[in-house]
Design a protein around this ligand. Structure first.
Ligand code: BGC
Length: 326
């Protein structure tokens, strides 16, 4: 089902779609493909919203920087100095975060209205699509993108991305939900497990140095479940690299509500961001972002898994968020 959620200043309507299955209810906006709310049961069966967001469109328009719940592209995370080489040409992107291009530039996929249609013949899925024209925010190639949101039989939220281009380009898509499995308050007490033996250390501009560093004996070792705390804005190198099928790579647990979030993905990396700069009306640490992705600044690091997409190829990425309790 869908309803009018708000209207942009140019008159474009924004709709909100609701999907429900197996005790999970998710609300998706046509603006930015935003996951506005995601309700799951706690260990006593009480439903609660586990993602940060706003009740109205103005909330999102007034607080764009944290990318609450949004579909992020054309390149999620950072590209150093907003520049990258491809086939001998250097492309210049919008620099919207210090010297860097972040999350697609000044007006990325999170700030666009997507076309939304229910998946044919079923009530549990939505297909969001848009065309990112050649030159948008500096990226080459006309990119046709779709993101499919679907509640699986067990209530897991699956997000599948596909894209094709008419000229060589780079693509890295993710969803930027901040999870708070307790529903509110500081999420630093959540426990995390990550299937990542390495991470990508960064410089003062949060650009990877290029090293894939061992997590052993560092605060980046989440191979055994432990309390998160705060102070993370880092990409982890997921064991197994790029995979054909999504495999479980992360588990987030809130001891107070008993909620457990599992993350499965085909991606080689995950950004753990402990939301230390959320801004009003939220406090630092109110949510945990687990952004499945290729590594930051890959277009400038030939040793990282490639993010180049060429005509004739299909970009595919899939992430599944599962919900249980214990
Ligand atoms: C980035 C952070 C940034 C946040 C909100 C995260 O994906 O890693 O550095 O502050 O998004 O923009």
């Amino acid at each position: 089902m869908n309803e009018l959620f708000g209207t942009l200043s140019d008159g474009t309507p924004v709709h909100r779609w609701t999907l429900e299955r197996a005790g999970v209810r998710v609300r998706i906006l046509s603006y930015g493909g935003i996951v506005q709310s995601l309700e799951t049961p706690d260990r006593d069966g009480r439903a609660g919203n586990v993602v940060l967001g706003f009740a109205d469109l103005d909330g999102y328009l007034a607080h764009p920087d944290p990318y609450f719940g949004a579909l992020v592209g054309r390149y999620a995370n950072r590209i150093a100095a907003g520049r990258f080489p491809l086939d001998g040409v250097t492309y210049a992107l919008a620099q919207n975060s210090g010297p860097n291009s972040l999350h697609g530039g000044g007006r990325g996929f999170d700030k666009r209205v997507w076309e939304v249609a229910p998946l044919e013949g079923e009530a549990y899925g939505l297909r969001l699509s848009r065309v990112s024209p050649h030159g948008e925010e500096g990226f080459p190639g006309r990119l046709e993108v779709t993101a499919t949101y679907r509640l699986e039989e067990d209530g897991a939220l699956a997000i599948a991305y596909e894209a094709v281009t008419d000229a060589p380009t780079v693509v890295n898509l993710t969803n930027h939900s901040y999870f708070n499995l307790g529903g509110s308050g500081n999420a630093g007490g959540h426990e995390l497990r990550l299937a990542a033996s390495r991470f990508t250390p960064v410089d003062e501009n949060l650009i990877p140095t290029g090293e894939l560093a061992d997590v052993t004996d560092t605060r980046f070792d989440f191979r055994r479940t432990r309390k998160i705390g705060g102070g993370y804005d880092h990409n982890f190198v997921l064991d197994g690299g790029v995979t054909e099928a999504a495999r479980e790579v992360a588990e987030l647990h809130d001891p107070s509500s008993g909620r457990v979030l599992t993350v499965a993905t085909t991606e080689p990396g995950i950004q753990l961001y402990t939301a230390d700069h959320l801004g009003e009306p939220f406090a630092p640490g109110d949510g945990i972002a687990l952004e499945t992705q290729h590594f930051p600044n890959s277009p400038n690091h030939p040793n990282f898994p490639t993010t180049v997409l060429r005509p004739g190829e299909v970009y595919r990425s899939r992430t599944v968020y599962g919900f249980t309790t214990r």
